[in-house]
Design a protein around this ligand. Structure first.
Ligand code: GRF
Length: 204
């Protein structure tokens, strides 16, 4: 199977789900040296690298260094997994059609941060997570798979986030596997899976 590089900034639980699913993770790259996920990747014998945004004066310079670090592994797929940097248009263009992101909401609802708090204060009854191709517009881009969970009466952000995260760990490996097996087709901005596999799940 073709390989992938995973970009993280912190905990790395989605990265771990990708690794534990047996996907061919060639390297994990973080913009923060203290990202907890790095230790797990290293413990599994996976190459790790740090490209700190603090070492670069401009976003362009950082993104160029990041691209160089990624391309050293010749990955087919770049997977953003809690990577907390806004990427330049040039970077996004470079990996157009082969960079995925996981976002903790049912996009296009709640792009950006604090998705669980916003879901609770808006009063939506379904919440969830989305894997999508990365495009220039933050948290937009063709949707590969979504998982929905109920928002329960006594939920707080912690409980709701945990319910969503469990589903993130299911759908991200699935989406990455589809991509690496060449099963994803984008037609007019809409992603279909060759073979008609379900692109949604509901976890009550
Ligand atoms: C996840 O909720 C993901 O959806 C969002 O950032 C969080 C990263 O968590 N993009 P982890 O580092 O994968 O545990």
């Amino acid at each position: 199977m073709n390989s992938m590089v995973v970009l993280i900034s912190g905990r790395g639980s989605n990265m771990r789900a990708l690794i534990d699913a047996g996907l061919p993770v060639a390297a994990v790259i973080s913009n923060r040296a203290d990202a907890a996920g790095l230790a797990y990747a290293a413990s599994r014998g996976i190459a790790t690298a740090i490209v700190s945004h603090r070492d670069y004066a401009t976003r362009d310079a950082f993104d160029a260094a990041l691209a160089q670090a990624i391309d050293a592994f010749h990955p087919e797929l770049v997977a953003l997994a809690g990577f907390m940097r806004i990427l330049t248009d040039g970077f996004v263009q470079r990996y157009q059609g082969r960079m995925l992101n996981i976002h903790p909401s049912l996009l296009p609802a709640f792009p950006g941060l604090d998705t669980h708090g916003r879901a609770l204060s808006t009063g939506v009854k379904l919440h969830g997570c989305t894997v999508h191709f990365v495009t220039a517009q933050l948290d937009h881009g063709p949707i590969v798979i979504q998982a929905a969970v109920p928002v329960l009466r006594h939920d707080d952000e912690t409980r709701l986030a945990a319910r969503v995260l469990a589903q993130e760990h299911r759908i991200y490996p699935q989406a990455a596997r589809w991509f690496l097996e060449g099963q994803l087709v984008i037609e007019g901005g809409v992603v279909r899976v060759v073979g008609d596999y379900p692109q949604q799940l509901y976890a009550p």
